[in-house]
Ligand binder design. Structure first.
Ligand code: SF4
Ligand code: SF4
Length: 171
């Protein structure tokens, strides 16, 4: 088991809550397997982020908060970090957007806010019976930037870690 999973499990046990649940989203290019072992919680990455989307999360480790904005993949967080946490030769992360049934379009309210916000054109709406519409994510186009999260007035968009997801290039 990876160190990060062990640490989350231990903290969850000590706080009387299960270790399961969505894994935290750490900065792009950071190594998830050893993140909590190597991160000193100095906050340099958060201070360097021009989008101000990094904040202290569980245990004080930096996490991405997409309700604040999107990742521009500028790499400033990686450049600011003194620990051997970031691997800029790898893909930044394996995050993909998901639109839940809280989407207004499911309830026949016309809204295309996430589609309009997506810089990759990764969101398309398909008509559904009864005048509703369902958002579809192009997993090959989605970079996991998170621009669609804050744009959604219903809080219906989440970013989730994917396994076996297609590699994508971030410029
Ligand atoms: S790559 Fe840039 S925008 Fe994205 S989290 Fe790091 S500093 Fe912030
Ligand atoms: S995470 Fe970024 S690329 Fe993916 S659907 Fe949302 S806005 Fe588009």
């Amino acid at each position: 088991m990876a160190d990060d999973a062990i640490d989350r499990g231990r903290r969850g046990f000590l706080r009387g809550r299960p270790a399961s649940g969505p894994a935290p989203i750490h900065p792009p290019w950071s190594r998830p397997d050893y993140f909590t072992s190597l991160c000193t919680r100095c906050g340099a990455c958060a201070d360097a982020c021009p989008e101000a989307i990094l904040r202290p999360g569980d245990g004080g480790y930096p996490e991405v908060d997409f309700t604040r904005g999107e990742c521009s993949f500028c790499g400033a967080c990686a450049d600011a970090c003194a620990a051997p946490i970031f691997d800029r030769t790898a893909i930044p992360w394996a995050l993909r957007a998901t639109v839940t049934d809280d989407c207004l379009s499911v309830r026949r309210v016309v809204c295309r806010s996430c589609q309009d916000a997506c810089p990759e054109g990764a969101i398309r709406f398909q008509p559904a019976p009864g005048g509703a519409a369902h958002a579809r994510i192009d997993e090959f186009a989605c970079t996991g930037c998170g621009a669609c999260v804050a744009a959604c007035p219903a809080g219906a968009v989440t970013l989730d870690h994917q396994t076996g997801s297609p590699a994508h290039a971030v410029r």
